[in-house]
Design a protein around this ligand. Structure first.
Ligand code: SF4
Length: 360
């Protein structure tokens, strides 16, 4: 059963490390965008009932509740198995949380990134750990108990002690799901430019190196496991049964349809992408033509992200015999009962493994 992704690329502020096609736009543009989004969803020919819905961004949690209701009202298949909304801490009121639940949202993904105020301020965000704690309570009272918390390892000013402090907050708040991303600074982000040109505004000089960031990630894997949050995908940790049903579709190569700027779709055979900026989307630029998926290569490239691993078909063992042998010998892959998976060390060097299977 396919999933639906809706892109809402509007944010209250532009985070210093972010280089998505999202950010702060004039209010008129947001209205034009919502109108264009409604047209795109209305024009879609629904040949099936979606199983999951994911509102990503940007910060869809800032959407006006009436606009949210009208957009979700255009998507069939409710009650969906899972309907997620990304939200920024510091914006969740009891009225808003109730409106989300009434509109069909049952899961909220909070872009916390850090619980340490010094680190949060440097990203450009305004919340505190106490605000996150209070808002999780607000969500719970509104009936939304499926909460994800995003953390970033490698933020400017982060130390092992401050990273452990963020993980202690995770233990205290006990969310069902946690995502841990290792910061990769894009040259086009404000932080990236400061790193190249020098400067002190965004704390570029205090950004931990790759080794420290990797160490923080490994600390998280260990600590989260002791809290009952098992790693099921390279960046994702969940209590049993609380894995993201929607995101699993990407890793299991199941179909999904994306609406809005820079949204991607996959029909099981071809991949499509909408115009990648708000401006191009509003100008009515057509979706980029579909490109064929590479079923064999992608099974490894995407499937190996899952800790459950992949079960290669007999022909795959022959086709990828050389890289499989090499990575088994070097300890980056392991195999049992016909399943191939990354080892703990392989997770840290996963890009190297993936590129090999994609033939780059
Ligand atoms: S990180 Fe998220 S909230 Fe911050 S600017 Fe980028 S999309 Fe917006």
């Amino acid at each position: 059963m396919p999933g639906i992704y809706v892109s809402y690329p509007f944010c209250a502020q532009k985070c210093t490390y972010c280089n998505f096609a999202s950010g702060v736009f004039p209010a008129e543009m947001e209205q034009l965008y919502l109108t264009a989004l409604r047209h795109e969803i209305t024009a879609h020919e629904w040949l099936w009932q979606p199983e999951t819905v994911y509102l990503g961004g940007g910060t869809p949690g800032n959407l006006d509740p009436d606009a949210l209701r009208s957009i979700l009202g255009l998507i069939p298949g409710r009650p969906w198995t899972e309907a997620t909304m990304e939200a920024a801490p510091g914006s969740i009121t009891p009225d808003r949380a109730r409106a989300w639940a009434a509109a069909g949202i049952g899961r909220v993904s909070l872009g916390v990134q850090s619980f340490v105020e010094r680190e949060i301020r440097r990203t450009g965000r305004k919340h505190t750990a106490q605000v996150v704690a209070k808002e999780i309570g607000v969500l719970c009272e509104a009936g939304i108990r499926n909460v994800n918390i995003d953390l970033i390892a490698g933020l400017s000013g982060q130390t092992e002690a401050s990273w452990r402090e963020s993980l202690e907050w995770i233990e205290r708040l006990a969310p069902q799901h946690v995502s841990v991303y290792m910061l990769e600074v894009d040259e086009e982000s404000r932080l990236g430019k400061e790193m190249m040109l020098g400067g002190v505004r965004y704390g570029a000089a205090d950004t931990p190196g790759d080794d420290a960031t990797t160490e923080f990630y490994e600390i998280a894997v260990e600590r989260l496991a002791t809290m009952g949050l098992a790693r099921y995908e390279i960046s994702n940790f969940a209590r049993p049964g609380w894995e993201s049903r929607h995101n699993l579709k990407y890793w299991k190569l199941e179909p999904y349809v994306g609406f809005g700027a820079d949204a991607h779709s996959f029909d099981g055979r071809l991949r499509y992408a909408n115009p990648d900026t708000v401006e191009a989307y509003l100008a009515g630029d057509p979706a980029r033509p579909g490109t064929p998926a590479l079923p064999h290569e992608e099974r490894f490239f995407v499937g190996l992200r899952l800790m459950a691993g992949v079960r290669p078909e007999p022909a795959d063992w022959t086709r990828f015999d050389a890289p499989i042998r090499r990575f088994l010998d070097s300890g980056l892959l392991e195999t049992s009962d016909g399943v191939l998976r990354l080892t703990s060390r392989g997770v840290l060097l996963s890009n190297e493994v993936f590129q090999e299977f994609l033939g780059l």
